[in-house]
Ligand binder design. Structure first.
Ligand SMILES: Cc1cc2nc3c(=O)[nH]c(=O)nc-3n(C[C@H](O)[C@H](O)[C@H](O)COP(=O)(O)OP(=O)(O)OC[C@H]3O[C@@H](n4cnc5c(N)ncnc54)[C@H](O)[C@@H]3O)c2cc1C
Length: 515
């Protein structure tokens, strides 16, 4: 997973359904199902109903159909694919064919320890174990069906804390490379009559018997027409709630600052799971990703640009302060997870990158925004509300809303330690210049997320469970509906949502669900 991983053409505008589906010429099943066909289907009993045909739902359906099951996919959008239209699709698995080709030794145990080291043992041990044990097989399955990776991969990491073994990889077209491998497999099953796809109709309720066992799904289409579908098993794979500000905040107790998720990630599966007796967990794992500069102060706000804050690529020359005008982290701390967790403790999860004219001239140029020209950067100080320039630090504070007196004090303290050759208050190592030559500059950066961290509680068989730890009969879940925190922990651990979504979906279809 890559919090800063929006494709460049998605960075400057808010994400709309139109912008995602535009140009998806290859997408399948665009025709809505006629009402009479739907009515006929509603009389059929399916072995498996999959709610949501995205990253987790597609492999669930394919693998169950491979075993001979009759599967119905209910998909609210007009196309299959879900978040794969946006996602970088970065994955991690042990013992992949791509590692073998390069002679890289790895094992599920080493992988598991590495995930836990990165997220500081905050992900769910049982679910993380399933990912570590089976993620490699998922990647190998994709490779068997034509999935390729970028040159020079697998790598230790990118943008998130690095693994110790090179196992991180993604396709040339990001997550679309995964979609394009799965689409023909699914399509073949549709042709053979094993999978039926119902598009443009959302699951709105679960059908339960008097014992509380799930027996089917109620859908509603855009005209408000409802249909009931019978299924012996139901998998909820309808994604998270990171496009639903109200639900996101009520669950995580943190506003949804950024607007970066797939528009259909409205949290419908969370509501369905709760209605069947399930419960939510993992809100405390929320952590703000670092580096977004958003368009305005609205919540949520789309991202304008991404600050490249990677000390391993470019040690920082700037100083970071929070709204109280205080520094709050070692700006060049080698762990991005450490820096993100520090940001998450700050008011409003925001901070300002502060620098002066000398730093602008000597060090800034294009490196903070690799895709911007110097002119574009300077222009932003005249036009963009998150970019401020002022003749003094106190005026900078007044205009930005940073506590002006504290800002002055924090910068003086930083400068004085450099001058006196004393250690930095946060043990920062790279301190090439004091911040003392006017004018002064501030760029406001907002902590944001692209995923929801909380989700439905499941057991190791991916059955939705009650607070008493009892499985809800016939009801399973996979993908971000489990909460990204379940496998990522309180961190953005590389590949920790796409790989488990695919892997858990496959396992459900392959063997977990009794057909
Ligand atoms: C910009 C971006 C970049 C990312 N990069 C990475 C990365 O590099 N690596 C990584 O590990 N993770 C990444 N992630 C996260 C990861 O992509 C997602 O967590 C994962 O794809 C979610 O898979 P899913 O199957 O749960 O949901 P989805 O793939 O979104 O599928 C859910 C499907 O359910 C449908 N649906 C919703 N409601 C209903 C309903 N009521 N009835 C029927 N259908 C419904 C949706 O339309 C959708 O098709 C990224 C996310 C974003 C937004």
């Amino acid at each position: 997973m890559k919090n800063n991983g929006m494709k460049s053409n998605m960075t400057s505008t808010s994400i709309t359904r139109r912008s995602i589906f535009k140009g998806v010429g290859a997408a399948m099943f665009l025709a809505a199902m006629p009402w009479d066909v739907r009515k006929a289907l509603a009389r059929q009993q399916f072995d498996l109903i999959v709610i949501g045909g995205g990253t987790a739902g597609m492999p669930t359906a394919i693998s169950a159909a491979d075993r001979g099951a009759q599967v119905l996919i209910i998909e609210k959008a007009s196309v299959l694919g879900g978040t794969m239209y946006l996602s970088e699709g970065q994955m991690a698995g042990a013992n992949t064919v791509f590692q073998k080709r390069l002679g890289i030794d790895d094992s599920p145990d080493i992988f598991y320890d590495d995930i836990m080291r990165i997220n500081k043992y905050t992900s769910d041990p049982a679910l993380t174990r399933i990912w570590a044990d089976n993620g490699g097989a998922t990647i190998n399955w994709l490779a068997e069906h034509g999935f390729t990776i970028r040159d020079g991969q697998p790598v230790l990491g990118r943008s998130h804390d690095f693994y110790r073994t090179a196992r991180y990889l993604w396709g040339p077209e990001n997550a679309m490379s995964i979609f394009k491998v799965m689409e023909p497999l699914l399509s073949q099953h549709v042709k053979e009559g094993n999978i039926t796809v119902l598009l443009g109709a959302g699951a709105v309720d679960l059908i339960k018997d008097e014992m509380g066992a799930v027996r089917g799904v109620v859908t509603e289409d855009s005209d408000g027409k409802r249909s009931d579908f019978d299924g012996l098993n139901v998998v909820i794979s309808s994604g998270g709630c990171a496009a639903n500000p109200k639900m996101f905040e009520s669950i995580h107790h943190v506003p949804l600052y950024g607007q970066n998720a797939y528009p259909f990630s409205q949290g419908a599966g969370l509501t369905l799971g709760l209605s069947a007796g399930g419960y939510l967990r993992g809100a405390e794992k929320y952590v703000s990703g670092m580096g977004s500069v958003v368009a305005d102060s609205k919540i949520p706000s789309p991202r304008t640009v991404f600050l490249s804050l990677h000390p391993e690529i470019r040690p920082p020359w700037e100083v970071f302060v929070n709204a109280c005008g205080e520094r709050f982290m070692q700006e060049d701390h080698p762990s991005i997870g450490h820096r993100e967790r520090a940001l998450t403790l700050q008011p409003g999860h925001r901070f300002w990158v502060i620098f002066d004219q000398k730093i602008l001239e000597q060090a800034l140029s294009l490196v903070l925004f690799p895709n911007w020209s110097r002119d574009k950067l300077l222009e932003a100080f005249n036009t963009h509300p998150m970019f401020t320039r002022a003749p003094s630090l106190s005026e900078l504070g007044v205009v930005t809303g940073i506590h002006p007196a504290n800002l002055g004090r924090s910068i003086s303290k930083y400068n004085s330690a450099i001058e006196k050759r004393e250690p930095d208050q946060f043990s920062r190592v790279h301190r090439p210049l004091a911040v003392s030559s006017p004018p002064f500059y501030a760029i406001q950066s907002q902590g944001t997320t692209i995923v929801s961290f909380a989700g439905l509680a499941v057991n190791k068989d991916l059955q939705v469970i009650t607070e008493e730890n009892e499985p809800v009969s016939n009801l399973y879940a996979a993908g971000e509906v489990l909460g990204a925190g379940s496998t990522s922990g309180k961190a953005y651990t590389g590949g920790s949502t796409v790989t488990p979504a695919l892997t858990f979906g496959r396992l459900l279809g392959q063997k977990i669900i009794r057909l």
